[in-house]
Design a binder for this molecule. Structure first.
Ligand SMILES: Cc1cc2nc3c(=O)[nH]c(=O)nc-3n(C[C@H](O)[C@H](O)[C@H](O)COP(=O)(O)OP(=O)(O)OC[C@H]3O[C@@H](n4cnc5c(N)ncnc54)[C@H](O)[C@@H]3O)c2cc1C
Ligand SMILES: NC(=O)c1ccc[n+]([C@@H]2O[C@H](COP(=O)([O-])OP(=O)(O)OC[C@H]3O[C@@H](n4cnc5c(N)ncnc54)[C@H](O)[C@@H]3O)[C@@H](O)[C@H]2O)c1
Length: 446
């Protein structure tokens, strides 16, 4: 049997449903194929579970900072209850959203998709054809290809752990390892990070990343830099990790957080003539693959933009506009704000300090000690920092923050950077006080 659609999405994450919904509501016959949980990684194995688990962690960190102001912060976290709380909230979300998608006329097809030709996709023996197909299959955790690989867990399992072990090792020092280390450490585990290089949070402002490392060390997290993991094996009731240099670490759990790779293999892209490489699916500036009626969005793309939810949502919305004939221009990405939800957080948007320093004739770098401002000092955040980047017209073009409040700081500066607002624009806005935002007009003074 063959079912025909106008637009068929493979994957149901942010890169898919944010396009599927407006397309279906505009009268297109739309289907979504999903092999795992509806709504993809962000909702089920990424942003959402992570930020709920981080809720009490952020509160504990804020409270500890206020010990200098007389607060006695003797918190005790019940990990099991926190997990139950998170599961209760997020367990309902995919069900509600699936009902909403169906109500909007979208057909949900369960199973793994593979192309049989450039207009046909097969799922569990049934073929589906479509005029337009969108590949939004995202990424999955990379493998280390070492003996004992099967003993490792990934962020997928960490985010559903019913209990935390006394000792936990995280391999890698990117977003996933650094965020999960912050959570596990405050929640009571002894945490080790084993990193192949001497850098953490690649892509973020490295002086802030180094400051964060020192802070995490003070909190008891042990870093092992320039270590290549060679094997993992069972050791008594736990596990033992070995590295090339001879380091041995024992722990209840070892998390592989060494990056993510594109979900391309089961798709049989060759059958549809879709070009890809080890970084993902190749698209042009209209998100069109090498087969013109097949598009791709989200983390699966081979792209230079950060593989984050706001990027996937932006692409999905662009594609919906394009497929509805409302947009004819190539996709133009705005600056994409990024944040590592560590303790404290590091966030950035726009031109980075490193880019600005490399083009000193075009940009001015302005480091600021936020911790010396009365409001940050009042919250005990003496170590908070902000670096602003201005262009030669004194417009704000980039910012990076190191603070418990980095999310709010960077989000409040993002409109100035994205829309190219000036000092005059800033002076026209009246914010509630006291707040970080009331300081923004001053950030235009040279
Ligand atoms: C631990 C973690 C924390 C994160 N935290 C943040 C954060 O705080 N902020 C942020 O912006 N981003 C965060 N991200 C990144 C964010 O989750 C991704 O950028 C986002 O999910 C990408 O959406 P997507 O639709 O492209 O892909 P995905 O969400 O990965 O969805 C792809 C879907 O396709 C399905 N699929 C794959 N192959 C097939 C097939 N052959 N047939 C059928 N279905 C298939 C998969 O099962 C999956 O559900 C985090 C990621 C992780 C892993
Ligand atoms: N807050 C957020 O927005 C957020 C949070 C989590 C994940 N994410 C997304 O998920 C992606 C994947 O995150 P990630 O942390 O898995 O990847 P990553 O690329 O950010 O970091 C991988 C880390 O593993 C290290 N590494 C690589 N090979 C290694 C090896 N053999 N041994 C030891 N260390 C090794 C790298 O040096 C790096 O530090 C991110 O790039 C981002 O797109 C975003």
């Amino acid at each position: 049997m063959m079912t025909a659609f106008d637009i068929l999405f493979i994957g149901s994450g942010q890169g898919a449903w944010n396009a599927a919904l407006p397309l279906s509501m505009s009268g297109k016959k739309v289907a979504i194929i999903e092999r795992d949980k509806i709504l993809g990684v962000c909702t089920n194995y990424g942003c959402n579970p992570k930020i709920i688990l981080d809720g009490p962690i952020k509160l504990m960190e804020d409270a500890e900072l206020l010990e200098t102001a007389g607060l006695q912060s003797e918190f005790k976290l019940d990990w099991g209850k926190l997990m139950e709380h998170k599961n209760k909230i997020l367990g309902e979300l995919p069900k509600t959203m699936e009902a909403n998608l169906k109500k909007a006329g979208i057909e949900i097809i369960r199973g793994e998709a593979r192309f049989t030709d450039e207009h046909t996709v097969e799922v569990a023996g049934t073929s589906y054809t479509a005029e337009t197909i969108v590949i939004a299959t995202g990424q999955r955790p990379a493998e280390l290809n070492i003996p004992g690989e099967e003993l490792l867990i990934t962020s997928n399992e960490f985010l559903y752990l019913p209990e935390l072990p006394e000792d936990i090792v995280l391999i890698g020092a990117g977003y996933v390892a650094m965020e999960l280390a912050s959570i596990a450490s405050r929640a009571g585990s002894r945490v080790h990070i084993v990193q192949v290089s001497d850098r953490v949070l690649n892509g973020f402002h490295q002086p802030y990343a180094r400051q964060l490392t020192e802070k995490m060390k003070q909190d008891g997290i042990q870093f092992h830099f320039n270590e290549k993991v060679t094997a993992v094996q069972q050791a008594g009731s736990g596990l033992e990790l070995q590295t090339e240099s001879g380091l041995k670490l024992q722990a209840g759990l070892i998390v592989n957080a060494t990056g993510r790779i594109p979900n391309v293999e089961p798709l049989q892209l060759e059958a549809a003539g879709v070009m890809y490489n080890k970084r993902g699916i190749e698209v042009n500036e209209y998100l069109q693959t090498s087969t013109s009626h097949i598009y791709a969005t989200g983390d699966i793309l081979d792209k230079k933009q950060p593989r984050l939810t706001p990027t996937a949502v932006f692409e999905a919305k662009y594609l919906a506009g394009k497929l509805l004939g409302k947009v004819n221009e190539p996709i133009q990405y705005p600056p994409i704000a990024t944040i590592a939800f560590t303790a404290p957080r590091i966030a950035q948007v726009g031109i980075t300090v490193e880019e600005a320093e490399a083009h000193g004739d075009q940009y001015k770098v302005q480091p600021m000690e936020l911790g010396k401002q009365w409001d940050f000092a009042g919250r005990g955040e003496a170590n908070a920092h902000l670096t602003l980047i201005h262009d030669t017209d004194n417009k704000l073009v980039g910012a990076t923050a190191y603070s418990q409040e980095a999310l709010e700081i960077i989000n409040s500066l993002t409109p100035f950077i994205t829309l190219g607002l000036t000092a005059e624009d800033a002076a026209k806005i009246v914010y509630a006080f006291p707040s970080f935002e009331t300081m923004i007009p001053r950030y235009f003074q040279s």
